[in-house]
Design a protein. Structure first.
Length: 498
């Protein structure tokens, strides 16, 4: 019986392998058996886990909303190399908290070296998510075939593995017309765990010389990330080398480094083995009152404040990185021993302000955030983390979230922390700040006040809220460590300047 089963299994495996090869060949034929392709149109993207002013809107409506328009978007894909280039024109939010629009250039470059499937997956997946790159990868990497929901699903893995040692997986869904409907893969992300990345291709049509999708939509973790409305496409263009080449930077300026795959490190980041570990963080504290401390690591720090209640500790913000979150947890427990960290306040859901949250979730803390951020944080931090080896992957716990709508007060009868929403802020629709009335301390996330400079557009959004609440605060603490202690007078002066 066993021998018979083994023979049947071998025959089935051979059939599936044959089905995969046939499916790949049929799909490549349906797409024109191309060596290269270029397509263009109107695109839009988003700085992932961010939101802010751009040419689409001057305020944030929600997570990844609005997206940033990319005009004159052009992409060239060399399937045989394989390699890819894309360029376009953008209007970006100005620096220093300004909502003024500044012209910029979108540039995404994936070299043949980066496309090597032994290289970091985040450097190459933008190529293999395309129908042409996916089929090339499937043909070269022993894809298997299965059936699911009316599609033939081709599955293969790059040679590189996740930090956990687990194989990455990429699936392409081929419809009954032998064209790619969508492609999915997963990438380990600090906040989003095993983040699913899906690229969907719809409206396939003949553009005159080649079949191409009229619409391309990519999501990450279920949230918008990138879109293209394709208006033109060419197969095997003779001028491929000159298409989508980024313009040189202005004279005397280096310009930004070209992106590898959006959301990943700069090209070459993985050369020569893993990057050296940063030195351990040296956390210092400033006592703001009885049971109230500011935690910092000096210049460039993301600061947090810890608050002692009768039975627990509350941490205000856990930003930048898991390493910082772990360091601040250790410092909090040293300063206030024998009490759990029950809460951590999230000032807003931008990636640099949520980076330490996995350490707090693993420690059992409940997140406090503005209502508009609830879906994003619950969905993201409750995703499996099989591709990662961080503290939450090793000690998985469900992320618990409490929300603030416009105001919420935490009190044990003696200690009071008030939290307030800042509506209509350009930076995020989920911004909250904390106020400790006893010590007259105000703690906030991204409303930076620079000495001698007028308030930026974000601080201008905070101004009316502070005026309406008429809070009696003296100390003004920013998550982004200021060079010197700041006060209400500094904020009022900045708001009064033109």
């Amino acid at each position: 019986m066993f021998k018979k089963f083994a023979v049947v299994a071998a025959l089935c495996g051979s059939a599936f392998a044959q089905d995969a090869k046939t499916t790949i060949a049929n799909a490549q034929k349906a797409l024109g058996d191309l060596k290269s392709i270029t397509y263009s149109g109107a695109a839009k993207d988003v700085s992932f886990q961010q939101c802010g002013a751009n040419a689409a809107a001057l305020i944030c409506f929600g997570q990844h909303n609005p997206m940033r328009p990319i005009n004159n978007y052009v992409r060239a894909i060399d399937i045989t190399a394989p390699a890819s280039r894309a360029t376009g024109a953008t209007n970006n939010q100005g620096g220093g908290g300004s909502t003024a629009l500044v012209a910029g250039t979108f540039s995404q470059q994936i070299s043949a070296a980066q496309a090597d499937v032994s290289s970091p997956w985040n450097n190459s997946l933008e190529l293999y998510l395309t129908p042409w790159g996916f089929l090339k990868g499937a043909a070269d990497n022993n894809a298997t075939a299965s059936k699911k929901g009316g599609f033939t699903v081709l599955t293969w893995s790059p040679k590189v593995k996740a930090v956990s040692g687990k194989d990455y997986v990429i699936n392409g869904y081929i419809n009954n017309k032998n064209v790619v409907d969508h492609v999915e893969t997963w990438l380990g992300d600090n906040i989003m765990g095993d983040m699913q990345i899906v690229a969907t291709y719809s409206g396939w049509k003949d553009f005159g010389s080649v079949m191409a999708p009229a619409k391309i939509v990519q999501t990450r973790g279920g949230f918008p990330f990138f879109e293209v409305d394709v208006t033109a496409a060419r197969g095997n263009p003779a001028d491929l080398a000159s298409i989508a080449v980024p313009p040189p930077p202005p004279a005397g300026k280096g310009g930004p480094a070209p992106a590898a795959a959006k959301g990943g490190p700069a090209p070459g980041a993985a050369k020569g083995g893993p990057a050296p570990l940063p030195p351990p963080m040296v956390v210092t504290n400033e006592k703001l009152g009885d049971g109230l401390y500011r935690l910092t690591t000096g210049g460039g720090s993301y600061d947090s404040v810890i608050v002692e209640f009768k039975d627990y500790i509350m941490m205000l913000e856990a930003g930048q990185s898991i390493a910082r979150g772990e360091a601040y947890v250790a410092e909090a427990k040293k300063l206030i021993p024998n009490k759990p960290i029950r809460y951590v306040m999230v000032t807003h859901p931008h990636s640099d302000h949520t980076g330490g949250l996995p350490a707090l979730v693993a420690d059992g803390a409940t997140l406090i955030t503005q209502k508009n951020n609830e879906e994003f944080l619950k969905k993201s931090l409750n995703t499996p983390r099989t591709l990662l080896t961080d503290v939450l992957a090793k000690n998985p716990k469900p992320a618990k979230v409490e929300t603030v709508v416009e105001k919420k007060v935490y009190s044990d009868g003696t200690r009071v922390v008030e939290m307030y929403h800042v509506p209509n802020a350009p930076h995020s629709n989920g911004l909250i700040f904390a106020y400790m009335p006893k010590e007259k301390v105000l703690f906030q996330g991204d409303f930076s006040v620079n000495p001698g400079e007028p308030a930026n557009d974000h601080v201008k959004a905070l101004g009316p809220v502070l005026a309406k609440l008429n809070l009696d605060y003296g100390r003004y603490i920013n998550v982004h460590a200021s060079a010197a202690p700041q006060s209400k007078a500094d904020v009022d002066k900045a708001l009064a300047m033109k």
